[in-house]
Ligand binder design. Sequence first.
Ligand code: UDP
Ligand code: MN
Length: 591
Amino acid sequence: MCIEILRHKKKVLLLLLLTVAGSIIFYLYTLRLERDNASATSTSTTSRLEREISDLQALFESKVVPQLGDLGRPARRNWTAGERQAMAQSMRGVGFNSWLSQRISSERSLYDMRHRSCKKLEYSLEKLPSVSVVITYHDEEASVLLRTLSSLRNRTPILLLREIILVDDGSTNVDPKLSDFLQIKFLNMVKHHRLDTQVGLMKARVTGAQLALADVLVFLDSHVEVTQGWLEPLIAPILQNNRTCTTPIIDTIDYDNFAYRRGKPSRGFFNWEFNYIQLPLLKEEAVALPAPHKNPIMNGGLFAIGRQWFFDLGGYDKGLKIWGAEQFELSLKIWLCGGSILEVPCSRVGHLYRDPNFHIHYTHQNKESEKKVISRNYRRVAEVWLDDYKDKLFEKMPHLTVIQVGSLTEEKALKKRLHCKPFKWFLDQLGKDFLNLYPVVEPVDFAFGVLQSLASPKLCLDRSEGKPGQPKLSECPDDHTFPESELKWTLTNHRELRSGPVCLEKRNQQGDIYVFQCHGQMGNQFWSLNTTSQQVVHGQMGSSRRCLEIQPDAKGVTTRKCDSNNAKQRWKFGYKNNHRLQHFWDNVKTS
Ligand code: UDP
Ligand code: MN
């Protein structure tokens, strides 16, 4: 019996052993199968993802020409005729060379043009507040937007950049792939928020600000490039006083070749037609450069402000629509209600200005005309913040008095609640030099009427365009003092040659003359009258003066080196105020 069992036991054991070994082999085999399967699927997902990423990259970045526009240099190559044509066409569409923009890397380098003492400033990053950058855009060109975002990522200390809130304000050219690309390129740094209908930049910015998590907000346009060290000096003053708002120096990105050009420190203001203007620094401010100085009115698109202070001020007036006057409203509110604005010369941000002859229409989806929208914005700001000085504005822009302004209850209540000061305080504190240039009671003009050529006495200067953007010559009218509007010119108190809304300006070295909206800033629109030689002279500084000269064959005018023997440089005004002309050069710098 025992032997029987033993014999059987051997068999059983052998069987058992075989089963166990078989199971192990089977187990190992299935394990391998699973692993192989798993790795096969994971390589397919990775490669799909990689393909998608490279597809997106190809879509947005494949046209980039290495080194083009690096260091912020003008982006130049030997372009073919076809390429130049493509550039010109893109320029006509958006007012800047978007064809070229697509060929300049979004990661391009920029020359560090800060004042040398700015480079030495040291900040302890732990002590500075982090910021939420808020950018809103409506139909922005993708390559321009990408360059804005890349420059932010590349030149902002990561510790200070909490997030970039990117608000798409109802763009009509939406490319869903752009959102995907932003996600892979900027990961969590960019928070993309889409508004399905356009609400205008004021409301879109407030929406962005409401989403912000950081204590300091930095608002930027969607077509900028920030430079080395831009953020630290911009936010340091806010740490010292949470009611201080700061603005960087705004450099220029050329609309034609994307060159990055130095902007000058200045004090922003507006004139009595609500045009944004730039005044020179006060003497003591110029001496103290690059220390921050007071900036009466911000340019609009680029500024840093404490989130709490921004919302204490009610953000932007909710009645302001689409675009226009919001920088006047916020600036006046900041100053009059207990805060201040400083321009910080050590902080530089480049802004892409469009071709001045291109006009962008933001209100095309809107039922109201653009003029109506902007006029209402103007009137709202004037009614709430300018007190009696609003009449000065209405005198220049009488159409504002008939526009429906909507309810101002909320704004007036805010003004009362925050004990905001009157506009006169603002003028007294910040606008002494402004009042000299733009007096409330304006002195009479130096001369007006026709501008008749003495070389060809039948011909008078006509502001209507001959060649694009340039004035022409027309037959002189009978009445030289009060001619029809196209032939009426005024040598104004601003030392400009104005006809209606436009002024005569010299744009280039060749001395070509154009008509353009008056900017009241002298510069390329500065003109004087030499009563002895009867010359009409362009240029404020003695060394750069040139004289207006008739080109009877071309039926136009140009400027050339002044020559009192040249009859083609002699002109006659319909009326001259000789007494006023004796004082023409009072308080005007000539060298
Ligand atoms: N913008 C917007 N919604 C609008 C109009 C403008 O978000 O309805 C954006 C625009 O894309 C830009 C910023 O607001 O990023 C400022 O506008 P723009 O650059 O035209 O003003 P400018 O620099 O000419 O004063
Ligand atoms: Mn802009």
